[in-house]
Design a binder for this molecule. Structure first.
Ligand code: AMP
Length: 211
């Protein structure tokens, strides 16, 4: 099974795809956004301000998160979701993977139109158990409004899932993406997937890519 680095705009489905890969293929999902939200829950105000305003945290902080996490993977296939977001992070990630003797890595770029991203983000509902739902898509909606199918807890919206923040996050992504794509293209690691399609169609394509 190949290890995956996601290069993807907000709401491209990377969280849902990762969930499917975990459940069906034993992948470990390493989301820098989830780690940072955990820090915010523990009271880190500086990170909260950056996330709430749609800005990026420092490359140094991301490097330390990745290093720690890669160290405890124990050979399981993994998905890095949310990093790299800058060219500097791409270099850093390459170094960490090399030092950890990780091979067989592919970078998957999910292509998504802004209007579809907006609909997905505004409909997104999260659960503290890790499941995510979308109230605008029948196949992804919870069975009972605002309640998690899996654990019964109340669902919530992310504080950065607002129209205004989506535009900032999308622009932040676009500003940094070209050199990162070039970096992985030159290393022959890059695959592109059309993420405007349904999650099932996208996932079918993934099954071919990860073998
Ligand atoms: P995500 O869950 O990947 O959408 O990330 C949520 C937020 O966490 C982003 O909008 C950034 O503020 C921050 N973040 C996550 N990953 C990174 C990263 N690799 N570099 C900088 N900031 C990040």
């Amino acid at each position: 099974m190949k290890n995956i680095i996601f290069i993807a705009p907000p709401a491209s489905g990377k969280g849902t795809i990762s969930q499917n890969l975990e459940e069906n293929f034993g992948y470990v999902h390493l989301s820098t956004g989830d780690v940072l939200r955990g820090e915010v829950e523990n009271g880190n105000q500086e990170i909260k301000n950056l996330i709430d305003n749609g800005h990026l945290v420092s490359d140094e902080l991301i490097a330390s998160i990745i290093e720690k996490k890669i160290g405890i993977l124990k050979g399981k296939p993994f998905i890095i979701d949310g990093c790299p977001r800058t060219l500097n992070q791409a270099y850093m990630l390459s170094d960490v993977l090399e030092k950890s003797l990780v091979t067989d890595v592919i970078a998957i770029k999910l292509n998504l139109d802004m209007d579809i991203a907006m609909k997905r983000i505004l409909g997104r509902r999260m659960c503290s158990c890790g499941k995510t739902y979308n109230i605008y898509y029948e196949e992804a909606a919870p069975k009972k409004s605002d309640i998690c199918d899996s654990c019964g807890a109340f669902l919530y919206q992310r504080s950065d899932d607002t129209e205004e923040k989506v535009i900032i996050r999308f622009n932040e992504y676009k500003k940094n993406i070209d050199p990162i794509v070039k970096f992985y293209k030159e290393k022959n690691m890059l695959y592109e997937v059309d993420a405007n399609r349904s999650i099932n169609e996208v996932f079918d394509e993934f099954k071919g890519l990860i073998k």
